[in-house]
Write a new protein. Structure first.
Length: 60
């Protein structure tokens, strides 16, 4: 059990950290459009239509 705590568990933690770091930093190599931040403007017509078509469930 001591071998697991000293060698294997820290190695698993480091491997998970490296995998996460590679996944996060992979956006550097994406094309310019995909690496840009998400748009913050309002969504267009299909979203508004979905909001308007929801049924009114108020209890009044």
């Amino acid at each position: 059990m001591q071998i697991f705590r000293q060698y294997i568990a820290p190695l698993i933690v480091v491997i998970i950290f490296l995998i996460a770091m590679v996944a996060v930093s992979a956006r550097i190599f994406l094309p310019g459009d995909l690496a840009a931040p998400a748009p913050t403007e309002e969504l267009s017509y299909p979203q508004e239509e979905a909001i308007l078509s929801t049924p009114d469930v108020s209890l009044s």
